[in-house]
Design a protein around this ligand. Sequence first.
Ligand SMILES: [Zn+2]
Length: 55
Amino acid sequence: MTSDKKLHKKLLEILACPVDKLPLKYNKKENILTCKNKHTYRVKDGIPILLPPKE
Ligand SMILES: [Zn+2]
């Protein structure tokens, strides 16, 4: 089982939630990024999709 599509650690360090600028935490199991305010972003092929959630 290879996992070369994992999110790069360095990339994760510079990522912030586009809505509130909080640091994002990577959930490996679900392959999503979340911030403290429960905004959730999907990661596709190792690239985070940082689209602000629709109101
Ligand atoms: Zn957020």
